[in-house]
Design a protein around this ligand. Structure first.
Ligand code: SF4
Length: 902
C-alpha cells in the first residue's frame, strides 16, 4: 500500500467523474479531508473544474464506508471476517462452481470508475485463466456503440481527435450530448472558442438542453432519427461537391453503397426534415454550415450511444467525416465524448465482453498472441455475454457466480427490477465496493470486499482524448480497504495462478499492460504504449499526462489518427457503413403514448454514492423529477410542482413534475441518479426497456414507451436531521445531504398525527411544536444546545415552510433567540430571506438572489458574476444564468419571480 506523507502538500491526481478527465490538485488537511483545486498544468482542463469536481473535498467522509471484509451469514446479516477468510471463501466457491458448471457459469461486472490496473488484472484472470469472456462493464451502458462504430469504420476502437480540436474548430456539432451539464469543462472550452474565434455551435437533441442555450442552431430532432439527419447530410455533401474524392478513393471503401443507402433513407433536405421532424430550413442551414466548414468537429455521447440503433448512428456520423476527409486534422474530426472517467482505460485492456485485450479481439491470431503473452492455460476463445445479456443469463440460472466491482447495476441497468431479482438467484455474489450499503449490496451480496476509494487508490485512467493520467493516493486507506487489483490477484493465487498474478504495485501491472500493447504490434494495432513498458516505479510515480499512442522510438509523438489514412483493417482502409433504415424498436400506444428519455443532471454522478454526500451538490436539483412539455402536461393533467406517476411496461416511479418548453411534445425526461437508497420511488432504470443494439449490445435508454398520470399527495414538506432517518413506509421521500446532516423532501397522504408520533419516536419527546391538524399543518423541532437536532415541516401543497430557509437555519452553528422563535413559522423574516434553490453551487447563489439581481438591472452572466460571483468559478451554472436572464426579460414584472422560481 502507498503510505501518504501527512505533510500538507498538494498531490496531482485526476477527477473520478466524467470522461473529460480533469487534473486535480488535492491538498490533505491532515484530518481525512482535502482542499481541492484544478491542476493548471493538466492539458484536459488547465486548472478549471466543474461543480462536481470542485466539490470533491466534500465527498471524502467515511460515513457508509465499507471498511472490512464481510460475509452474509445464514440469518441474512453481514458479519466482519478476516481478509484471508473472505478470499479463501470466494476462491473456494468460484473453484467449485467452475469445476461443476464450467467457466461460463461465472462472470465479472466491472466499472468505468475502476483504474486501468484493476481492469487489466480482472480481465486477465477471467479471459486468460478462468477461460470465459464473461467480463463486462457499466461502460456497456455508456459508450459501447461508439466502440462498435469505430471498429466497423476504422478497424479499431480509435478516437481520431484530441481536445485541442475543440479550440481550433470553426463548427462544433453536438449530437445527443448535453455537454453543458455532462462534460462542463469541455463545453466551456467550446464556448471560449466561440468567443475568441467565432466558432459556430449546432446542437442536435430531442431536448432543448442548456447546451442549446449558446447554439447558433438548435435541431430538435425526433427521438431516434439522428441517422436520418446524417444520411441526409451525406447525400447533400455528395450533391454539392463537398466530398473529398481523393480521400475517399485513397483511404476508404464502401462509399457508393453507403451513399445509396443514405439517399434511400433521406434523399433531400425535405426528406430529411420529414424523417427527423425538423423544419426544412433548419435542415438546409445545417447542411450548408457543415458543407462550407472545413474545420468541423462532431461530438456525440449518450444521446447517440444509448440506442438500439446506436452503432448505426455513430457510423452515419463517421461517414460524413470520412466523406469529407475531415478526420484527424486540426479542428476537424468526429469525437466520441465518453461518460465515465476510465471508460477508455477499460476499452484499452479489453474490459468489454467482446474484446480480448489491448485492443485485440477474438480472431485466431489475437487469441494466440494474447495466450502466449499471458502464458494463459485456458484462454477464452469467443466473446462473452454483454451486460444486459449477462444479467438475463443470471436470471435464467446459467451464470451462478458474479463479482461486481465498483458499480451499482441494481440501479443502472435497464429493467433494473429484473436485474435486481436476478442477483438473488446467484450461488455466489461478490461485491467489491466503497460503501456498506447501496441497492446492489442490499440485493443480497454474499461477500463484501472493501475497496479503496478515490483519494486512496493509485494507478492510471484514460480520458476521452486518449490521454493517460495518474490517479494518485493522497489519503491513507481507511480500515482494511484494498485496491481491486490486489483482491483479484489474491483470488487468482488461490485458484492456482499465482505466477501470473504476482503483482505488488500498480506500476508493475501498468508495465505489463504497456508490454502487451507492444507485443507483436508493429503498427498493426492502434493502442501502443510501448514507450512506457519499462517505466520505473519512480517515473510511474512522477508520470505526467500522456496521449497514446506512445511508441518506443517515436521521435514525434503522434497526436491524431487517420488524416492520411492508416486505418486498422487488413487493407488499411476505412469502411463506410450503410446504416439500416432508422426505426425505433418499440411503438407507443394508447396505454403508453409518450417516450421516456433518461439522462444526467448537472451536479450529480451516477447513483450518487459520492456526489450525494456533498451538501453543495444536493442544492441544485434536490428532488427526482420528470420533465414534460406544457401541452402534454395539460393533456395528461399534471401540473408543474405536483407529482406524477410515470409508468412503462417494466416499472413505475413517482416523480416531481417540471413543466418545460424545453421538452419535446410526446416525450418525457427523467434523471437516472436516484436509487432506493436515496428516494422511495425514483429508480428510473426500472422503467427502461432492456432492448439492445445488435452490434454494441448497448441498451436503448432514451425512448421507452411510457405514460404519465397525476399522483396526488395531501401533504408535502421536509425533515432535517443530524442522523439518517428511516421514514414511514407510506411516505414519498427523497434524501439530500445538507450542511450538518440529512434532509428529506416528503409527500404523504397519511394522518398528520401519525407523523407527530413518528417524530417523537426518532427525536424524543422534547419538541417545540406548532400543529393545526384541521388546517393540515404540522411543524416541530428538537434542539441540542442552540442547534436544531431534528425538525419536521408538513403542510398542504406548497405551504409546508421554506425548505431553503429552514435548511440554512439547520446548518447554522447556533440559532439566536429570534431565529429560534421564528423557526416554526417556516417563513422568511427580516434578515432571514430565503435565497431560493441554489443555481451556482460554487458560491451558493440561489435563484431568488439571481432573480433580484436581474430585476435590478443585471443583464448578462458577466454582470451577475460581478454582483454575486455566480458563475465565476467552474462555469457550470453559466447556461442556467443566461436562461434565467432570458426568462426574466420576457416575463412581465409580476410574473418574473414566478418564471424564475419554476
Ligand atoms: S468536467 Fe467536471 S466531472 Fe468531468 S472530469 Fe472535469 S471536473 Fe470532473
Amino acid at each position: 500500500m502507498t503510505a501518504v506523507d501527512p505533510a500538507l502538500r498538494a498531490t496531482r491526481t485526476a477527477c473520478p467523474y466524467c470522461g473529460v478527465g480533469c487534473g486535480v490538485l488535492a491538498t490533505p488537511d491532515g484530518h481525512g479531508g482535502a482542499a481541492i483545486s484544478g491542476d493548471p498544468d493538466h492539458p484536459a482542463n488547465f486548472g478549471r473544474l466543474c461543480s462536481k469536481g470542485s466539490a470533491l473535498g466534500e465527498t471524502l467522509g467515511l460515513e457508509n464506508r465499507l471498511l472490512h471484509p464481510m460475509i452474509r451469514c445464514s440469518k441474512g446479516s453481514v458479519e466482519r471476517v478476516a481478509w484471508p477468510d473472505a478470499l479463501d471463501h470466494v476462491a473456494h466457491r468460484l473453484a467449485h462452481i467452475i469445476a461443476r458448471d464450467g467457466p461460463d457459469a461465472v462472470a465479472f461486472y466491472l466499472s468505468g470508475q475502476l483504474l486501468t490496473e484493476d481492469y487489466y488484472v480482472a480481465n486477465k484472470l477471467m479471459k486468460g485463466f478462468i477461460g470465459s469472456a464473461n467480463v463486462d462493464t457499466n461502460s456497456r451502458l455508456c459508450m459501447a456503440s461508439s466502440v462498435a462504430g469505430h471498429r466497423r469504420a476504422f478497424g479499431a476502437d480509435t478516437v481520431p481527435g484530441i481536445y485541442e480540436d475543440l479550440d481550433e474548430a470553426d463548427l462544433l456539432v453536438l449530437v445527443g450530448s448535453n455537454a453543458a451539464w455532462c462534460h462542463p469543462v469541455l463545453f466551456q472550452r467550446m464556448l471560449a472558442n466561440k468567443q475568441r474565434r467565432g466558432a459556430q455551435i449546432v446542437v442536435v437533441d430531442p431536448r432543448r438542453t442548456d447546451s442549446a442555450g449558446d447554439a447558433d442552431l438548435f435541431l430538435g430532432v425526433r427521438p431516434g432519427t439522428d441517422t436520418a439527419l446524417f444520411c441526409g447530410l451525406l447525400g447533400y455533401l455528395a450533391e454539392t461537391g463537398a466530398l473529398d474524392r481523393d480521400y475517399i478513393e485513397r483511404y476508404t471503401t464502401g462509399f457508393d453503397q453507403a451513399l445509396a443507402r443514405a439517399q434511400s433513407i433521406a434523399g433531400s433536405a425535405s426528406a430529411t426534415a420529414l424523417a427527423t421532424g425538423l423544419c426544412e430550413q433548419d435542415v438546409a442551414k445545417f447542411f450548408r454550415m457543415f458543407a462550407a466548414t472545413s474545420r468541423v468537429v462532431t461530438l456525440y455521447s449518450q444521446g447517440v450511444n444509448q440506442s438500439a440503433q446506436g452503432t448505426d448512428k455513430v457510423n452515419a456520423i463517421l461517414n460524413c467525416h470520412l466523406a469529407t476527409g475531415r478526420i484527424g486534422k486540426p479542428g476537424a474530426s468526429p469525437f466520441s465524448l465518453t461518460g465515465q472517467p476510465n471508460a477508455m482505460g477499460g476499452r484499452e485492456v479489453g474490459g468489454l465482453a467482446n474484446q480480448l485485450a489491448a485492443h485485440m479481439g477474438f480472431s485466431p491470431d489475437d487469441i494466440d498472441r494474447v495466450r502466449r503473452f499471458w502464458r494463459a492455460p485456458r484462454i477464452a476463445t469467443r466473446e462473452g455475454l454483454k451486460a444486459v445479456q449477462m444479467f438475463e443469463a443470471i436470471g435464467r440460472g446459467e451464470i451462478k457466480a458474479l463479482w461486481v466491482m465498483g458499480t451499482n447495476p441494481a440501479v443502472s441497468l435497464p429493467d433494473a427490477d429484473a436485474a435486481r431479482a436476478a442477483l438473488k438467484k446467484l450461488e455466489l455474489f461478490v461485491v467489491s465496493e466503497n460503501v456498506l450499503s447501496n441497492d446492489t449490496v442490499d440485493a443480497g451480496a454474499h461477500v463484501l470486499l472493501p475497496a479503496q476509494a478515490w483519494g486512496e487508490k493509485s494507478g492510471t485512467v484514460t480520458n476521452s482524448e486518449r490521454r493517460i493520467s495518474r490517479q494518485r493516493a493522497f489519503l491513507n486507506a481507511p480500515g482494511e480497504a484494498r485496491p481491486d487489483w490486489w483482491m483479484v490477484g489474491e483470488i487468482a493465487k488461490r485458484l492456482g495462478f499465482g505466477a501470473a498474478f504476482d503483482f505488488h504495485s500498480a506500476a508493475e501491472i501498468f508495465r505489463e499492460h504497456a508490454a502487451l500493447s507492444a507485443f507483436e504490434n508493429n503498427g498493426s494495432r492502434d493502442f501502443d504504449i510501448s514507450a512506457l513498458k519499462s517505466i520505473s516505479d519512480e517515473a510511474f510515480e512522477a508520470m505526467t499526462p500522456v496521449l497514446w499512442p506512445h511508441r518506443s522510438g517515436d521521435t514525434e509523438p503522434q497526436q491524431r489518427f487517420f488524416a492520411a489514412g492508416g486505418f486498422f483493417a487488413n487493407d488499411h482502409k476505412a469502411r463506410f457503413v450503410a446504416p439500416e433504415v432508422p426505426a425505433l424498436r418499440t411503438e407507443t400506444s394508447a396505454v403508453r403514448p409518450l417516450r421516456l428519455n433518461t439522462g444526467r443532471i448537472r451536479d450529480q454522478w451516477h447513483t450518487m454514492t459520492r456526489t450525494g454526500t456533498s451538501p453543495r451538490l444536493g442544492q441544485h436539483l434536490p428532488e427526482p423529477f420528470v420533465e414534460v412539455h406544457p401541452d402534454d402536461a395539460a393533456r395528461y393533467g399534471v401540473a408543474d410542482g405536483s407529482f406524477a406517476r410515470v409508468a412503462t411496461d417494466y416499472g413505475r416511479c413517482i416523480l416531481k413534475v417540471v413543466v418545460s418548453e424545453r421538452q419535446q411534445r410526446g416525450t418525457l425526461f427523467a434523471p437516472i441518479h436516484w436509487s432506493e437508497a436515496n428516494a422511495s420511488a425514483a429508480r428510473v432504470g426500472a422503467l427502461v426497456a432492456p432492448l439492445t443494439d445488435p452490434f454494441s449490445g448497448q441498451p436503448e435508454s432514451k425512448a421507452t414507451p411510457a405514460s404519465i398520470a397525476p399522483y396526488e399527495y395531501v401533504f408535502c414538506g421536509f425533515a432535517l436531521s443530524r442522523a439518517p432517518l428511516e421514514l414511514p413506509a407510506h411516505a414519498w421521500w427523497a434524501r439530500v445531504t445538507v450542511g450538518g446532516g440529512f434532509g428529506y423532501l416528503i409527500a404523504d397522504n397519511a394522518d398528520l398525527s401519525g407523523w407527530s408520533s413518528w417524530l417523537r419516536s426518532v427525536a424524543g419527546p422534547e419538541l417545540a411544536e406548532y400543529s393545526d391538524f384541521g388546517g393540515g399543518v404540522y411543524r416541530a423541532a428538537s434542539f441540542a444546545a442552540d442547534r436544531i437536532e431534528t425538525c419536521l415541516f408538513l403542510g398542504p401543497a406548497r405551504d409546508a415552510g421554506d425548505w431553503n430557509l429552514v435548511k440554512d437555519l439547520f446548518s447554522a452553528d447556533a440559532l439566536n433567540d429570534d431565529q429560534r422563535r421564528l423557526l416554526l413559522s417556516g417563513k422568511p423574516t427580516d434578515g432571514l430571506a430565503s435565497t431560493g434553490p441554489v443555481v451556482c453551487a460554487c458560491f451558493g447563489v440561489g435563484r431568488n438572489t439571481i432573480c433580484d439581481a436581474v430585476a435590478s438591472g443585471a443583464r448578462s452572466a458577466g454582470e451577475l458574476g460581478l454582483r454575486l460571483k455566480a458563475g465565476t468559478n467552474c462555469g457550470s451554472c453559466l447556461p442556467e444564468l443566461k436562461r434565467l436572464i432570458a426568462q426574466a426579460e420576457t416575463a412581465d414584472p409580476e410574473q418574473r419571480k414566478l418564471a424564475t422560481a419554476n
